[in-house]
Design a protein around this ligand. Structure first.
Ligand code: HEC
Ligand code: HEC
Ligand code: HEC
Length: 151
């Protein structure tokens, strides 16, 4: 039931965020965007243009595979994004407006619920299943508070 609600909400969000796609080619090229900190390493998991346009689909595909079929690949993992894109000031991808994932999303009017469960910082614990919080682990809600993530 919870998962159904989750996917329904995602489907609705998808429809809404489609309307917020970059208004112009220049914006897509980053001209009007807040300055994004460069990721770690030499390159992203795909070329920059592909990442700008299709990262949302990659992440969903990845999640589908992991959660529904139990297949684990790491190339497009969310954990990977966080490891390479955590900001040098906050150490997080989404706790301040200038953090990597948030900078664009604030601009584009996109809100993510991912950080309710997923860590915004590298080396945090794997997401905790809702309703099953093992002893010693922070509940997803508390974790998001600790991360200071609101989107
Ligand atoms: C209700 C909690 C919850 C929410 C909200 C949530 N996830 Fe997840 N996610 C999980 C759990 C649990 C797993 C399985 C973790 C594992 O296998 O390590 C997972 C796994 C994943 C994976 C595969 C593992 C990885 O690190 O790549 C991806 C990708 C992913 N989620 C993306 C997302 C994205 C993108 C969002 C937001 C649009 C999101 N999730 C929102 C709970 C959640
Ligand atoms: C191995 C480190 C690494 C991983 C893992 C990684 N990135 Fe990147 N990412 C980079 C680097 C480096 C760049 C800059 C590439 C360039 O411009 O030459 C980049 C660029 C990007 C850009 C374009 C930024 C811009 O300037 O417009 C987006 C969007 C992006 N990454 C999203 C993601 C997402 C989403 C994930 C997870 C699916 C991810 N990245 C995983 C290192 C990484
Ligand atoms: C270059 C700007 C940019 C960066 C950087 C960026 N995003 Fe996005 N993201 C967008 C835009 C624009 C959309 C909405 C696109 C659409 O709906 O067509 C979006 C949508 C998404 C969605 C789908 C939202 C939904 O509810 O359907 C996910 C998931 C997502 N981004 C994850 C991430 C993560 C994780 C990072 C950081 C690793 C990140 N993004 C960094 C621009 C960016």
């Amino acid at each position: 039931m919870a998962r159904l609600a989750h996917w329904l909400r995602l489907a609705v969000l998808l429809g809404v965020t489609a309307m917020f796609a970059f208004p112009s080619q220049e914006a897509a090229a980053g001209v009007n965007l807040p300055k994004l900190e460069r990721g770690k390493g030499d390159a992203c998991v795909e070329d920059t243009e592909t990442m700008r346009r299709h990262h949302m689909n990659m992440l969903k595909h990845q999640r589908d595979k992991t959660m529904r079929q139990g297949i684990r690949t790491t190339k497009h993992s969310l954990k990977g994004c966080v490891e390479c894109h955590a900001g040098s000031h906050t150490g997080s991808v989404a706790s301040a407006r200038e953090d990597f994932c948030m900078a664009c999303h604030v601009y584009a009017g996109v809100k993510l619920d991912c950080w309710n469960c997923h860590a915004t910082r590298p080396a945090d614990k794997a997401p905790t299943r809702v309703g099953a919080t093992p002893r010693g682990e922070t509940s997803p809600i508390l974790a998001s508070t600790l991360n200071g993530a609101s989107q």
